[in-house]
Design a protein around this ligand. Structure first.
Ligand code: DLZ
Length: 165
């Protein structure tokens, strides 16, 4: 479903696993910083809402979205988290750089998911314009940072234990 048809922050609170026992890593790209700062804000708000303790959240920044793969692997090795959230924003420019960054980070995060026992969450906006990114990072279509945090809680719960029902 196109995200313009869905608010990225919509979720059923009753369906979100408790995060009080979790340790969470977050890696954030500095490119398009206003957008990625909002993604981080959304992710933190949601993690805390579901019980993740502030001192159990480890945040590191990397220069760009392409570096998220290395940053996520570093966090996984350094802090032994239950899950790592990767936040970035790639905006289409005039050259094909967009395609290579998107392909690189998608393949990199996919590989981390296959190589490590913990989940790595793809919280990367890939948009044609800055406005589309703003709309999805705390704007009219919600915040992909919230969505990434909800996904992280569900994936960490999948690995850690039985479901609520
Ligand atoms: C070089 C570049 C460009 C053109 N655009 C973006 C972008 O829209 N979003 C982003 O996160 N990073 C961008 N980068 C930087 C690359 O991710 C990377 O940091 C550099 O290619 C150095 O490896």
């Amino acid at each position: 479903m196109a995200s313009s048809l869905k608010n990225l922050s919509d979720h059923d609170p009753a369906a979100i696993p408790d995060g009080t026992q979790l340790r969470v890593g977050i890696v954030v790209a500095e490119w398009n910083e206003a957008v990625t700062a909002s993604l981080l804000e959304g992710a933190l708000k949601t993690l805390k809402r579901y019980g993740v303790k502030e001192d159990q959240i480890h945040i590191r920044t990397v220069p760009g979205t392409f570096e998220l793969t290395y940053g996520a692997r570093f966090i996984a090795n350094q802090y032994s988290p239950d899950v790592v959230i990767c936040l970035g924003c790639v905006i289409q420019g005039e050259t094909r750089h967009f395609d290579f960054i998107c392909q690189g980070v998608t393949e990199g995060i996919t590989r981390l998911n296959l190589d490590y026992e913990i989940p790595f969450i793809f919280g990367v906006l890939t948009t044609e314009t800055l406005q589309q990114a703003v709309d999805r990072s705390g704007g009219k279509y919600g915040n992909k940072g919230d969505e990434a945090a909800v996904t992280a809680l569900k994936m960490a719960a999948l690995r850690k234990g039985p479901s609520k029902s």
